[in-house]
Design a protein around this ligand. Structure first.
Ligand SMILES: CC(C)(COP(=O)(O)OP(=O)(O)OC[C@H]1O[C@@H](n2cnc3c(N)ncnc32)[C@H](O)[C@@H]1OP(=O)(O)O)[C@@H](O)C(=O)NCCC(=O)NCCSC(=O)/C=C/CC(=O)O
Ligand SMILES: Cc1cc2nc3c(=O)[nH]c(=O)nc-3n(C[C@H](O)[C@H](O)[C@H](O)COP(=O)(O)OP(=O)(O)OC[C@H]3O[C@@H](n4cnc5c(N)ncnc54)[C@H](O)[C@@H]3O)c2cc1C
Length: 625
C-alpha cells in the first residue's frame, strides 16, 4: 500500500509521460492534495482573510512543477466569487466551490484579446421575456482561450462578456456558466470546449478554450454584487466601474508571493549545487574549488537570494496594503483604489520579471546539469516567464502604474499624497537639497529622485507634444518607453525602501549575527540595483565616478561576507526535497548519484538496443535505405 507521499511523488517522472498522461497524472495528484486542503479549509473555515494562506498552500505546495488543473479554481474562480457575487449567489455556489463539489475556471482572455479587456467580443444579451442571458461567441477570435482547468477539468467557469440589455451595451461583466454536466461531465448544449495544446511549461494546468452558440443562462447567473440587471432588463450601474477589475488586483497581489516561491526554489537548487560542484583550480596545484567560490558565481546567485528576501518583504507590504484598502472599498471608500491598482501592477511586473531574470541566471549558473529537466530549473524558468504575461502583461501593467503616477504628479500641489507616493512631495519640495552618498539611505533617496524626475519629464514631454498638435494618445504612445521606465523606477524605489525599513524592524528582534547577515542582504540588494541603474543615477543625481568605484568595492566586499552563509540562507526556505523535485538541489547533496538515478528512469534505457536500430539505423548504415 503506497503512502500518501509515495502516491504524490512516486511513479514515472512527468517528463516521460505523454501530454495526455501528464494531465491524467496531475489530476490524480491534485485530487489527493486538494482532499487534504479541503480538510484544512473545513478545520479553518476558510474565507478571504485566511484565503491567501490557503492559496499559498495551494501554490507553494503545487506538487507538479507544471502547475495544477485545480489552480484556477483557487486562484481566480473563488476570489472572483468572493468579490463579485452577491450574498444570494455566494450562498448558492461558494460553499460548493470551497469544498470542491464544483470545479471552476476564469474565462476572460479570448483568442483575439488578452490585454484590452474592453475589446472582448463574447456577448451576454439579456432576454426579459425569459429572464435569461444569451451567451454567444460571434467570431473565432471571441472564443475564450487560456482559462486554466477549462480543457477537461472544470464544470463551471466565470465568463467575462459584454453585457447587452434593451439594445444597449453596458461593457464587460462577470457571469457564472455551467460548462459540463455535473454527472456525465459532457459539455452542455451550445458549448464547444477543449484543451489548447502543449505550452512552453505549466502543461498540467489544462488551459482550455470555450465557445458559446446562443447558450442561455438565468438572469441570476450574472454576478451582481456591484452592477445588476433587473427582471425587466433595467441596468443598475456599479458604484464604481473599476470594481469589476478587483479580482485582478487580488490575484496580482498573490502573484508577488508566487514569484518569491518560484525564485526560492531556483536559488535553493543553484546555491546548493554551487556548494557541491567543484570545477577548475583557482591556484595551480590546489584542489578544484566549489564554484560558489568564484565571484562571478556569487554575482549570479547571491544577488538572487537578496532579491528573494526583498520581494518577500514587499509581498507582505502589498498584502497588508491590499487588506487596508480592500476594507475601505467594502465601506464604499474608493479613494485609494487607483493607488492599490498602480502598486499591484508595478510589484507584479517587477517581482515576476526579477524572478524570471534571476531564475534564468540560476539555470545557467548550474552549467549543463542546469539544463536537465531533472534539475527543475528549466520548468521553473518556464513558470516564471509565464508569470510575466498572465494576470496582465508586465509592460501594460507598468504603463498602468505610469498612468497613475502622472495623474499624481499633476495633483502634486493640491494636497497630501497617499503613502506609496508621498516621497514625490518630499524630493520635489522647494529647498529640498540632496547630495549623493554611498549609504542605504542615500541610495533610496537617489532612486526616489530618479523616479520623480522621470515622472516629471514624462509629463513635460506629454504636454509639449500635445501642445505641438499631437493627440494625447499618440503622445502617450510616443513616450511609452519612458513611461514604462518611470513605472519601474518608482517600483524599485518602493522595493528598496520597504526592504530596508521592514528588515530594520525585523532585525531588532534577531540575534546580532543573524541581523548582521540580513543587513548585508539589504545592502547587497541596494548596491546591486544601484550598479544596474547607473545610467539613471548619473543622469538625475550627483553620483560621481569616484562614488561608483567605491560602490563596486562595497559590492564585492558584500559578496565575500555573504558567501559563507549562502547555503544557510536557502536552507531557511525549508523547501522539502519532494517539492523541490531537483537532482541538483536535494538536501543530501548527492547530485551525481541522483542525476544517474533519474537518467536510468528514461524509457530509452529500458532495453540495451532500441527498436529503431533494426527498423532504421541498421538498413541505413548498410546502405539499404
Ligand atoms: C490594461 C488594462 C488595465 C486597460 O484597461 P482599460 O479599461 O483600457 O484601462 P484604462 O487604461 O483605460 O484605465 C481605465 C481606468 O481603470 C483603472 N483600472 C484599470 N484596471 C484596474 C484594476 N485592475 N483595478 C482598479 N482600477 C483599474 C485605471 O487605473 C483607469 O483609472 P483612471 O482613474 O486612470 O481612469 C486592462 O485591460 C487590463 O487589466 N488588462 C490586463 C488583462 C488581465 O490582467 N488579464 C488577466 C486574465 S486572468 C489570467 O491571466 C489568469 C492567469 C492564471 C494564473 O494566474 O495562474
Ligand atoms: C500560462 C498562462 C495562463 C493563463 N491563464 C489564463 C486564465 O486562466 N484565464 C484568462 O482569462 N487568461 C489567462 N491567460 C491569458 C493572459 O491573461 C494573457 O495572455 C495576458 O493578459 C496578455 O494578453 P495577450 O496574451 O493577449 O497579449 P497581448 O495583449 O496581445 O500582448 C502582446 C504584446 O503587445 C503589447 N501590448 C498590448 N497592449 C498594449 C498597450 N496598450 N500598450 C503597449 N503594449 C501593448 C504587450 O506589451 C505585449 O508585448 C493565461 C496566459 C498564460 C501565458
Amino acid at each position: 500500500m503506497l503512502t500518501k507521499r509515495e502516491e504524490l511523488f512516486g511513479g514515472t517522472p512527468d517528463e516521460y509521460l505523454s501530454h495526455k498522461e501528464k494531465y491524467e497524472n496531475s489530476t490524480r495528484k491534485a485530487v489527493i492534495l486538494f482532499s487534504l486542503l479541503r480538510k484544512i479549509q473545513e478545520e479553518n473555515n476558510t474565507d478571504l482573510t485566511n484565503y491567501r494562506n490557503l492559496l499559498s498552500g495551494v501554490l507553494g505546495a503545487s506538487i507538479s512543477q507544471d502547475g495544477s488543473p485545480f489552480g484556477l479554481h483557487y486562484i481566480m474562480f473563488m476570489p472572483v466569487f468572493m468579490s463579485q457575487a452577491d450574498e444570494e449567489q455566494q450562498e448558492r455556489w461558494l460553499h460548493r466551490a470551497l469544498n470542491c463539489s464544483i470545479i471552476g475556471s476564469y474565462a476572460q482572455t479570448e483568442l483575439g484579446h488578452g490585454t484590452f479587456i474592453r475589446g472582448l467580443e463574447t456577448t451576454a444579451t439579456y432576454d426579459p421575456s425569459t429572464q435569461e442571458f444569451v451567451l454567444h461567441s460571434p467570431t473565432l477570435t471571441s472564443y475564450k482561450w487560456w482559462p486554466g482547468g477549462l480543457g477537461n477539468t472544470a464544470n463551471y467557469c466565470i465568463v467575462i462578456a459584454q453585457l447587452y440589455s434593451k439594445g444597449e451595451c453596458h461593457g464587460i461583466h462577470s457571469f457564472i456558466v455551467q460548462v459540463r454536466d455535473e454527472d456525465t461531465h459532457m459539455p452542455l448544449p451550445g458549448i464547444k470546449v477543449g484543451e489548447i495544446g502543449v505550452k512552453m511549461g505549466l502543461n498540467a494546468v489544462n488551459n482550455g478554450f470555450i465557445g458559446f452558440e446562443n447558450v442561455r443562462i438565468p438572469r441570476t447567473n450574472m454576478l451582481m454584487k456591484h452592477a445588476k440587471i433587473l427582471e425587466d432588463g433595467t441596468y443598475v450601474k456599479s458604484k464604481n466601474s473599476k470594481l469589476i477589475y478587483g479580482a485582478m488586483v487580488f490575484v496580482r497581489v498573490v502573484i508577488v508571493f508566487d514569484s518569491v516561491n518560484y525564485l526560492a526554489k531556483a536559488i535553493t537548487v543553484a546555491t546548493r549545487y554551487s556548494a557541491v560542484r567543484r570545477q577548475s583550480q583557482l591556484k595551480e596545484g590546489e584542489p578544484e574549488r566549489q564554484i560558489l567560490d568564484y565571484v562571478t558565481q556569487q554575482d549570479k546567485i547571491l544577488t538572487a537570494i537578496a532579491g528573494c528576501f526583498a520581494m518577500k518583504m514587499n509581498a507582505r507590504m502589498l498584502w497588508d496594503t491590499f487588506n487596508v484598502i480592500n476594507d475601505q472599498l467594502h465601506k464604499g471608500n474608493m479613494e485609494r483604489l487607483g493607488e492599490l491598482h498602480a502598486l499591484a501592477c508595478c510589484l507584479k511586473a517587477i517581482s515576476t520579471s526579477d524572478s524570471s531574470l534571476f531564475t534564468a541566471r540560476c539555470r545557467v549558473s548550474c552549467g549543463g546539469h542546469g539544463y536537465m529537466v531533472s534539475s527543475t530549473l528549466p520548468a521553473t524558468s518556464a513558470l516564471t516567464t509565464a508569470s510575466c504575461t498572465y494576470e496582465g502583461d508586465n509592460t501594460v501593467l507598468l504603463l498602468q502604474t505610469a498612468r497613475f503616477l502622472l495623474k499624481t504628479w499633476r495633483q502634486i500641489d493640491t494636497g497630501p499624497l497617499t503613502p506609496t507616493v508621498e516621497y514625490l512631495k518630499t524630493v520635489s519640495a522647494p529647498g529640498f537639497s540632496y547630495k549623493w552618498e554611498n549609504s542605504i539611505e542615500g541610495i533610496i533617496r537617489g532612486f526616489q529622485i530618479v523616479s520623480m524626475k522621470k515622472i516629471s519629464s514624462c509629463l513635460n514631454l506629454m504636454t509639449a507634444k500635445v501642445m505641438s498638435g499631437m493627440s494625447q494618445a499618440d503622445a502617450w504612445n510616443t513616450i511609452s518607453i519612458q513611461l514604462v521606465s518611470a513605472g519601474e523606477s518608482h517600483c524599485r524605489a518602493i522595493v528598496i525602501s520597504t526592504f530596508h525599513e521592514d528588515m530594520s524592524k525585523a532585525m531588532r528582534s534577531m540575534s546580532a549575527s543573524l541581523a548582521e547577515v540580513m543587513g548585508q542582504l539589504v545592502e547587497l540588494y541596494a548596491v546591486y540595483w544601484t550598479l544596474e541603474r547607473l545610467g539613471d543615477l548619473l543622469e538625475y543625481t550627483s553620483i560621481s565616478g569616484a562614488d561608483v568605484v567605491k560602490l563596486r568595492s562595497w559590492y564585492e566586499e558584500l559578496l565575500r561576507k555573504i558567501r559563507p552563509n549562502a547555503v544557510g540562507l536557502v536552507d531557511a526556505f525549508d523547501i522539502i526535497d519532494e517539492l523541490l523535485q531537483s537532482t541538483l538541489g536535494a538536501y543530501d547533496g548527492r547530485v551525481y548519484e541522483r542525476l544517474m538515478e533519474e537518467a536510468l528512469k528514461s524509457p530509452l534505457n529500458a532495453e540495451p538496443v532500441n527498436q529503431s536500430f533494426h527498423k532504421y539505423l541498421k538498413p541505413f548504415m548498410q546502405g539499404k535505405l
